[in-house]
Ligand binder design. Structure first.
Ligand SMILES: *Cc1c(COP(=O)(O)O)cnc(C)c1O
Length: 431
């Protein structure tokens, strides 16, 4: 993307909003009253479209009862596969390589359980020291389930600055002891986007199975899993996909693995035409659907359906380009107005657009947590991640450049008036 030059005045933000090709999408969402919502990387907002699809399925349940499994539109029985087909377009996969199912963590268990084959000298798993904790918990338990010791079988790529992971270092740790790699597409704190294509090429050349947790990228960043030849991937639906709290996650499994036996078998992974034969011999579908375990949550899946359709209507490439323009604009405003005394903010996210996901990490040497509290008291919703990061996610579908401008001015006023001193600095249960 061409480096843009931005101005710092409010009129300029308004001009960017007027010229925004996605500006009409904001009114399709419920924006919480008097709120500047910048936390779509944790929980995306509800759209009117999603509300409508939910009402549709409630109506089906009301009028059809059990018949909804085959007579719903689409039939509930095929819902998870249908959603997978829709989502496949966002990640560059074949329709049968993606299914909506389970949760991110459960899907890690299902896929790592299947693909992690410690053999001979190749017994270890490689992940990142800055990964989202649940990924590490899941990997450790997968190692322990094999009767191996996770303290020496889980290798974590170190970070030299606590923000970024160096791709060279990752590659240098792809030794012949490594059986499987799981990495995030985007690091949840700093927002660094890893080069999936390059890392996958290096891993596959060494005979290592590689997968990605794309919870912080799908819906904000396009992927090309098949072109890159990734082995597997997982992602949740409630961040940039706006699928609703706790809605079903997704899994991608490259078709070369369809013949493997699912490690966590369950009746919804059965070949669909014969699932209701109720045989005691498990026969899994030769598609990502084979890795489902249980009945899909139709209510949750319906929320995901409405949200996905909106993203596809807007176009993921358009979303990515507005998202990058907004984060570049935010970085420019922070550089111009929030560095130096007394403001003291800095950017913890890579400045090259191609190395960024959808959010920006604002760092400050001290008081970041109380400043985050002061922002929330002013109706600005970011989130805080210890030790000193305020994450800001301007979401292309519903945030404006004007809101980014206002955020920066709120921060200046909070520092100018030492407003943060009024807050306790004790971390809430969910910061
Ligand atoms: C949000 C997120 C998850 C969430 O896991 P669930 O099992 O769906 O609760 C997992 N991994 C990463 C990297 C995330 O960002």
């Amino acid at each position: 993307m061409r480096q843009r030059r931005f101005e710092t005045d409010r009129e300029y933000a308004e001009k960017l909003d007027r010229e925004d090709p996605l500006r009409s999408f904001r009114s399709r969402f419920h924006i919480p009253t008097d709120t500047i919502y910048l936390d779509g990387n944790s929980l995306g907002l509800l759209s009117h479209d999603t509300e409508r699809t939910l009402h549709r399925v409630l109506g089906e349940w009301r009028t059809l009862g059990i018949r909804g499994w085959l007579e719903g539109t689409p039939p509930w029985f095929y819902f998870a596969e249908r959603l997978g087909e829709t989502a496949a377009g966002l990640v560059g996969a074949l329709p049968e390589e993606v299914v909506a199912t389970g949760t991110t963590t459960l899907n890690i268990h299902a896929l790592v359980g299947t693909l992690y084959r410690p053999e001979g000298g190749r017994t270890k798993i490689l992940a990142g020291a800055l990964d989202f904790p649940t990924d590490i918990y899941a990997l450790k338990s997968q190692i322990e389930l094999r009767g191996l010791d996770s303290t020496d079988h889980l290798v974590l790529v170190p970070s030299s600055d606590g923000r970024l992971i160096d791709e060279e270092t990752i590659v240098s740790l792809m030794t012949d002891e490594i059986a499987l790699i799981l990495l995030p597409s985007v690091l949840y704190r700093s927002g660094q986007l890893l080069d999936i294509g390059r890392l996958t090429g290096e891993a596959r050349r060494r005979g290592i199975c590689i997968g990605f947790d794309c919870s912080h990228s799908v819906g904000a960043v396009p992927h090309r899993f098949d072109d890159d030849d990734v082995d597997f991937a997982v992602w949740c639906s409630y961040k940039y996909l706006n699928g609703g709290p706790g809605s079903p996650a997704f899994l991608y499994l490259n078709k070369r693995h369809f013949g493997r036996e699912p490690a966590l078998a369950g009746w919804f992974g059965y070949v669909k035409e014969r699932q209701f034969d109720m045989s005691l011999e498990f026969e899994h579908a030769r598609s990502a659907g084979g890795w489902q375990i249980s009945s899909p949550s139709i209510l949750g899946s319906t929320a995901v359906e409405g949200a996905l359709n909106l993203i596809i209507e807007a176009g993921l490439e358009n979303i990515r380009s507005k998202s990058l323009a907004m984060t570049s604009y935010l970085i420019h405003l922070v550089d111009s107005m929030l560095t130096g005394a007394p403001y003291g903010f800095s950017i913890g996210t890579p400045r090259e657009p191609g190395r960024r996901g959808g959010h920006v990490a604002l760092e400050r040497g001290s008081e970041a947590m109380r400043i985050n509290e002061a922002l929330k008291a002013r109706g600005v919703i970011p989130d805080f991640r210890p030790p000193n990061i305020i994450r800001i996610a301007p979401v292309a579908l519903y945030n404006t450049y004007g809101e980014v401008w206002q955020l920066v001015h709120h921060l200046r006023e909070i520092i100018d008036g030492k407003e943060y001193e009024r807050f306790s600095g004790e971390r809430g249960l969910i910061p």
